[in-house]
Design a protein around this ligand. Structure first.
Ligand SMILES: Nc1nc2c(c(=O)[nH]1)N[C@H]1C(S)=C(S)[C@@H](COP(=O)(O)OP(=O)(O)OC[C@H]3O[C@@H](n4cnc5c(=O)[nH]c(N)nc54)[C@H](O)[C@@H]3O)O[C@H]1N2
Ligand SMILES: Nc1nc2c(c(=O)[nH]1)N[C@H]1C(S)=C(S)[C@@H](COP(=O)(O)OP(=O)(O)OC[C@H]3O[C@@H](n4cnc5c(=O)[nH]c(N)nc54)[C@H](O)[C@@H]3O)O[C@H]1N2
Ligand code: SF4
Ligand code: FES
Ligand SMILES: [Mo]
Length: 897
């Protein structure tokens, strides 16, 4: 019997619960006052305000115990209130107040009081009988976002613990002892120098205003507060937006959100000033005599409808294509593909997944039948091995990255496969550094050792899969010497990694663009999926294959049919019964010819077959490979429509510009990387002159004679749930709270883990591939001896149009080229050397940063600054199955620039 008594009534408790947790669960979080306690952190017990009276039997005098770290136990009698408790709590508060500046005691409205001030008010404490003894430390050095006022610090340690236990950055500590003790940000009192990543978790947890931020998020008196989802990466953090005078004024994390539990990175919490930036596009424009001139919405929409009709009439509907946006909502993406299929009448619809995780979707479908993450981020603590293959989550998916780091700090084995020394590799049990582009060869090695060491899950393989014998025979036939040479990874290291992965009971794999953006992208995915299946690491908690999907809604955009070969819900429109279903809902005939993928669209433009392209929220001219060819292709179009927030590189070539509203100005749903459909609620009205993308698409549909009506996410979700089988039970109303992970059954039940009893296919299908060298290196490495690989960094986001318009620019204002110290010495480069980087496609210039993050022969940079135009260098080589560009391998040479 697990029972105790609280204030005379019997209640049950759960194993491992503290008294505070048990009381809060039954009587609410306000029953016992806490101050140093944060539910996301380990119990600490510093302030003692959470004292309760605990007796072994009824009527016995209780002992005072700190409820936040005292375990619940059978038969205890607990009192949460009473004269004695009140007296002690008042004494504690008075002592704390003696070291707090009295002039900071605000007569503010309750919801704007800090937690400390709320407690003072609850217990009626307004001044202190004790003298101030504490010597406050110094304020922190100026920082773009964070502020520290030591006078308001009450030494509860919450900030230090949040930094250590949530973000794992260890920036803050307590210096000195006794009355001289104070919080420091490294020895210099400088957040940045101490390794701070500006996540703001310390600000969020601080119960006073000792830690605050540029936007005074905790104390700002807002007119309105709205819950929404971050617009940046595929983690999908839940945010609370404070609105004042119709402006987005501060953002904080939602404490009880399953996805982020009070945490964010600096982009979600702080990088929102782009919303009101003067550079925002606020009027439609049409190019006349070479100049873009502002026009009314009616004029722009009439012009588009009339030009589409004319082009369709003259060249046929195949002369029109659209690129939809993973930055936009599910409903908007659904509309865009519906527009192409039902109004224009072709399948020429594609999106940013093409430059990203299309190999994941394709490859996982081949092996498992479903191309999405199999498990959920919340399961990380359940795994005893975490394999991170070609991903850099502490920068690209920071909230997930922080959880992975915490797991490693607590002893979970981490295996990193990355040519670069990423932050997480410092915590790894094993870091394999293959030569960029050699993943398939490395997976051959890993599979071989898993088989040799006896780590094949025979029962799983026999019961749920097919093709293992052939797969295994091919793996064993590979020449290990050759594989070592190809990958640059020794057989001992590969064996060690296989041993760690194989011996674990629950191994959870994460992967990213280091595996997909390659000539053999899809093939490496199929090998990885096979390896996971071979060891039975699928369909159970704390296992699986988990692509760290990139943009906020890249999972959703493809789910909604933003791809040329399948309709919404990955349904094959070539099958008559499926087409009939689409036709019934769309009320019109559906085309059957496979549409164009993005690179094919550019090719068709060059061949004179494609005449019009509508791009919603993608800066193809900066981010697609081989920019010169992209520019040439776009220049040949008769009509280029770009729907954007800012005047991007691509906008500069547009014939029509449509100013869109940002994610903070509209409603709809986003689907994060763990298939979680979450609600986006408009925090403010669309900026004057802009329209939400969904509304714009509806407007064009209506102008072209299709009765779509207005953009209404709730109504659209009804339609989507009729079409997309895994959305069957999704409604606008039932997504409140933590959203739902698809597939969602008609009764609303969602799915945390895929493939638990069965794959989507009758049996999991093993797929083996041999390593093939990329033509990029075969053709060019003699002349261009270095391999350049490009990725992203924490502070900036993709084309950078948004983060470059926020104070993130004060943190990082340029790209650099990482060069290994041996290469730098040989070439005569030092930190800051200006170099010319040339590939067979183009040339650019960057400043060198000498770094042993990369091995000799490998160079690294990012693509966030348009002036660098790094994609002038990237090649026209694509993943053979999905046409995802090979951004991660470019043969280049260096010269002093
Ligand atoms: N801060 C920030 N966050 C972002 C973005 C951003 O721009 N900025 N972009 C978002 C988007 S769109 C995406 S898709 C995701 C991407 O996030 P990730 O999938 O993590 O992608 P990258 O950081 O580009 O590359 C991951 C790693 O692959 C490694 N790599 C390169 N070549 C190879 C190889 O041959 N083999 C292996 N095993 N590894 C290799 C690189 O060194 C790099 O560390 O991030 C999202 N999140
Ligand atoms: N060299 C190199 N190049 C790469 C990569 C790489 O690793 N290396 N990674 C590739 C990958 S994975 C990706 S996903 C792409 C990303 O490249 P993009 O998709 O171009 O980049 P984003 O910055 O995510 O967003 C595109 C545009 O959407 C706009 N936008 C934001 N919200 C909205 C909205 O609500 N409505 C509208 N209409 N527009 C909006 C932004 O202003 C931005 O200009 O880059 C690719 N390019
Ligand atoms: S981790 Fe991703 S979703 Fe979360 S705040 Fe950062 S960019 Fe936004
Ligand atoms: S809240 Fe329990 S000791 Fe501070
Ligand atoms: Mo991406």
């Amino acid at each position: 019997m697990s029972q105790l008594t609280i204030n005379g009534t019997a209640y049950s408790f759960e194993p491992g619960e503290t008294l505070y947790e048990c009381v809060s669960r039954h009587l609410g979080g306000n029953e016992i006052p806490v101050l140093c306690h944060d539910p996301a952190l380990e119990p600490f017990g510093a302030c003692r305000i959470c004292l309760v009276e605990v007796a072994r039997s009824k009527g016995e005098a209780g002992r005072l115990m700190a409820s936040c770290h005292t375990p619940a136990a059978d038969g205890l009698h607990i009192s949460t209130h009473g004269e004695r408790l009140s007296r002690v709590r008042k004494g504690i508060l008075e002592l704390l107040l003696s070291n707090y500046p009295q002039d900071k005691l605000e007569p503010a409205a309750d919801e704007n009081l800090s937690l400390f001030q709320k407690r003072l008010r609850e217990y009626g404490i307004t001044d202190s009988r004790y003298p101030r003894e504490q010597e406050p430390g110094k304020p922190a050095q100026p920082h773009p976002y964070l502020r520290f006022d030591p006078a308001e610090c009450i030494h509860c340690y919450r900030c230090i613990r949040a930094c250590d236990e949530v973000q794992g950055q260890f920036v803050l500590s307590m210096a000195n002892r006794g009355i001289k003790s104070h919080i420091i940000q490294g020895l210099a009192g400088d957040f940045g120098e101490a390794g701070c990543v500006s996540c703001g978790r310390c600000v969020q947890t601080c119960p006073t205003n000792a830690l605050s931020d540029r936007y005074c998020a905790k104390t700002l008196r807002a007119d309105n507060t709205v819950q929404t989802v971050c617009t940046y990466c595929g983690v999908g953090c839940n945010l609370e937006v404070k609105v004042k005078q119709d402006r987005v004024s501060a953002i904080s994390a939602i404490e009880d959100a399953e996805v982020n539990r009070g945490h964010t990175c600096l982009k979600g919490r702080y990088a929102f000033e782009y919303v009101h930036h003067p550079d925002r596009l606020t009027s439609p424009m049409i190019r006349r005599d070479g100049e873009l001139v502002e026009v009314s919405w009616d004029e722009a929409l009439d012009y588009i409808a009339q030009r589409f009709d004319a082009i369709k009439h003259e060249h046929g509907s195949d002369a029109i294509a659209a690129i939809s946006s993973a930055r936009c909502t599910n409903e908007e993406n659904y509309l865009m593909q519906k527009f192409m299929r039902a109004v224009i009448g072709n399948n020429n619809i594609d999106g940013c997944a093409r430059v990203c995780h299309s190999p994941t979707a394709f490859g996982m479908q081949q092996v498992y039948g479903t191309g999405a993450a199999t498990n959920s981020i919340g399961e990380i603590p359940l795994a005893d091995c975490l394999l991170i293959f070609g991903a850099n989550p502490t920068e690209a998916h920071p909230v997930t990255g922080a959880r992975l780091k915490q797991a490693a700090i607590q002893g979970t084995d981490l295996i990193i496969v990355d040519p670069r020394r990423s932050e997480l590799s410092k915590y790894a049990a094993c870091h394999l550094q293959p030569r960029p582009g050699s993943n398939v060869a490395l997976l051959n090695m890993l599979c071989r050792y898993l088989i040799e060491l006896g780590y094949v899950d025979q029962a799983f393989v026999a019961g749920r899969t097919e093709g293992f014998e052939e797969f295994s025979a091919k793996v064993m036939a590979q020449d290990l010497d050759q594989l070592e040479k190809t990958t640059g990874v020794s057989r001992e290291d590969a064996r060690h990694a296989a041993e760690i992965y194989g011996r674990s009971r629950r191994a959870m794999a994460f992967h990213g663009l280091g595996i997909t953006e390659h000539y053999q992208g899809s093939r490496a995915i199929m090998m990885l999926a096979s390896m996971i299946m071979m060891t039975g690491n699928i369909g159970r908690p704390g296992t699986g294959m988990n692509p760290l999907r990139g943009q906020n809604n890249v999972q959703g955009a493809v789910d909604m049919g933003v791809q040329p070969d399948f309709g919404a819900g990955y349904l094959d429109y070539k099958q008559p019964e499926i087409r009939a279903q689409f036709e019934k809902v769309y009320g019109t005939e559906i085309p059957t010819q496979t549409g164009l993928k993005i690179p094919q669209m550019f090719g068709a433009a060059r061949d004179g077959k494609l005449k019009a392209l509508w791009i919603m929220g993608e800066d193809v001219l900066q981010i697609d490979p081989n920019s010169c060819e992209v520019k040439y292709s776009l220049s040949l179009l008769d009509l280029l429509i770009v729907q954007e927030l800012f005047m991007t590189e691509t906008c500069s070539m547009a014939d029509v510009i449509l100013p869109a509203s940002s994610s903070l100005e509209k409603s709809g749903t986003f689907t994060n990387g763990e298939r979680r459909i979450q609600k986006l609620n408009a925090a403010i009205e669309p900026l004057r002159g802009t329209r939400p993308d969904g509304e714009i698409v509806c407007n064009v549909m209506e102008r072209m004679g299709y009765p779509q009506g207005d953009y209404d996410p709730a109504e659209l979700l009804k339609e989507i749930s009729q079409v997309v089988p895994f959305f069957a039970g999704v409604t606008w109303e039932n997504l409140d709270g933590n959203g739902k992970q698809w597939p969602v059954a008609v009764d609303g039940a969602d799915t945390k883990i895929l493939h638990q009893k069965q794959f989507k296919l009758p049996k999991g299908r093993f797929r083996f591939f041999e390593f093939q060298e990329t033509p990029e290196l075969l053709d060019h490495s003699a002349e261009f001896p270095y391999i350049l690989t490009t990725s992203r960094r924490l502070e900036h986001y993709n084309c950078g149009s948004m983060t470059r318009r926020t104070p993130n620019l004060e943190l990082v204002d340029h790209d650099v080229l990482l060069v290994n110290s041996a290469d730098a010495a040989r070439e005569g480069f030092t930190d800051g050397s200006r170099v010319e980087i040339q590939s067979s496609n183009g040339v650019t210039h960057l400043n060198v940063q000498v770094s042993d993050e990369v091995k000799p022969g490998v160079l690294f940079t990012t693509f966030h600054f348009p002036e660098i135009a790094i994609n002038h260098l990237t090649s026209g080589i694509f993943d053979q199955e999905s046409m995802t560009p090979e951004y991660k391998v470019v043969a280049v040479r260096l010269a002093a620039g």
